[in-house]
Design a protein around this ligand. Sequence first.
Ligand code: C2E
Ligand code: CA
Ligand code: CA
Ligand code: CA
Length: 279
Amino acid sequence: AKDKGRNAFQFYTADMNQAVEQRLTIERELRQALKFGQFELFYQPFVDFESGKIIGAEALIRWNHPVHGLVSPVEFISAAEESGLIVPLGKWVLKTACYQAKGIQKALGRKFRISVNLSARQLSESDFVKTLDGCLNETGLDPKTLELEVTESTLMEDAESVILKLREVRRRGCSLAIDDFGTGYSSLSYLKRLPITSLKVDRSFVKDLPDDEEDREITSLIVAMAKSLHYEVIVEGVETPEQHAFLANCGCHIGQGYFYSRPLPVDHFMTLLFSDGSE
Ligand code: C2E
Ligand code: CA
Ligand code: CA
Ligand code: CA
């Protein structure tokens, strides 16, 4: 039977043929979904530890599946990457996020930061920078208000050509964040060569805070090192007031997590933004 929601596609898996069949089904459905506009971006706030205000948001994709309902990206991003569909899908995400960011900024009457996730596959496209320019030009979004999130593994893959593209991104004024920081193997000395502006500390380090002594040490250390290298520090997965208090005390700049808000559809997000008193 077909489950609803998050685990929509986990009803296969029994054997290899089924796994292959499942992949093909997802690919076919993803293609259709793109064609019929079944994707949607949700927004999760970035909260400034000092002021307590919402200063930006991360765009997170959702699939409004006609049968399974709202499907999490965990269920389909890897299939989109393996099939190459992530390239057109990623373009859709980037353009939609720029367009909606512009809308949010108009409504607010000021700049507001939006962060977009990039796949390695997108960055390896030779025309990635052109795609980015196209989105910025078409929507008129100030590049300084756009941030791109890449993971450590993305950066390890094809280091030199990726670094060149990231420099181009920075030259336009966009910010660059390392996502899921601490889960890869890159050394800080390697990171130092990259034109990044922020580190997003992975939620696995936050999960057992403040009780777990090791995690307390690790997060404090990452935050201290990142700050001494002048990176902005964003902490993901803040779920409790105790975690919030510990991280604020560590000197983190920005928190993101269910403690502040779940990712929301853009209209709900804007309602939250206007009730935040951050105007
Ligand atoms: P991510 O970039 O690390 O995004 C953070 C994930 O953590 C999101 O899951 C978010 O809903 C979830 N999260 C936020 N706060 C909390 C919390 O307090 N507790 C817990 N347990 N989870 C929290 P989501 O939206 O399901 O996205 C999963 C992953 O899918 C993302 O991880 C990202 O790697 C990928 N993804 C999402 N949207 C896009 C996209 O537009 N393009 C690409 N390439 N990947 C995307
Ligand atoms: Ca992210
Ligand atoms: Ca992350
Ligand atoms: Ca993650």
